[in-house]
Design a protein around this ligand. Structure first.
Ligand code: IMP
Ligand code: MG
Length: 180
């Protein structure tokens, strides 16, 4: 399907596949002999997560958490809400938090602190996209797919008002087209 409000394709299916494979290989090396708890942050990271875990070659455990600092708009509210918690106890685990995109860094910084407080042995952050120019809270990112400019992007799990998550590519959304 074509959307006129998507003004540019930033990364197509092939570029995404290549990058996810590279990240998976790096994680496989770093966690050799360990059994990380790989945590998907719902909902945006689902697509990236499902692709990524198939490139991780050590034993892993799955878990899911839903936290956000965003409403339906394109500007962060800065407030963290956890609407679905992990189903396993993070105590003693080596956790890899898998995120779709880091913008201000508030969501991830809060989540990481929360997991360490609850006794996680280590927490590393893996994000498919990063908007470093938008960072407000300094959070160390261990694995990054692509750094992107300050544009609102959708697809490959990312939404605008719950739309576009199913696109196989990442595109830049034309803000004017939505408002009109
Ligand atoms: P942060 O706490 O400001 O880093 O917020 C990160 C979250 O904001 C991401 O997990 C996304 O849900 C959302 N977000 C930030 N930028 C975008 C974007 O360009 N497109 C879609 N969602 C975004
Ligand atoms: Mg998200």
């Amino acid at each position: 399907m074509e959307y006129k409000e998507i003004k540019k394709i930033l990364f197509d299916k092939q570029q995404i596949e290549q990058k996810v494979c590279e990240i998976g290989q790096q994680i496989s090396k770093d966690y050799l002999g360990k059994r990380p708890l790989v945590v998907c942050t719902l909902k945006g990271a689902v697509t990236f997560y499902a692709d990524l875990v198939r490139h991780i070659e050590c034993d892993v455990e799955f878990d899911f958490i839903a936290a956000s600092s965003y409403g339906n708009g394109t500007v962060s509210s800065g407030e963290l809400r956890v609407s679905k918690d992990l189903s396993s106890n993070p105590r003693g685990k080596d956790i890899i938090l898998v995120e779709d995109i880091i913008d201000t860094g508030r969501t991830l910084a809060n989540l990481k602190e929360n997991l360490l407080y609850r006794g996680a042995n280590s927490v590393k952050i893996c994000t498919f996209l990063d908007k470093p120019s938008r960072r407000i809270v300094d959070v160390p990112v261990d694995y990054v797919g692509f750094s992107i400019p300050d544009e609102f992007v959708v697809g490959y799990g990312l939404d605008y008002a719950e739309k576009y998550r199913n696109l196989a590519y990442i595109g830049i959304l034309d803000a004017d087209a939505i408002n009109n």
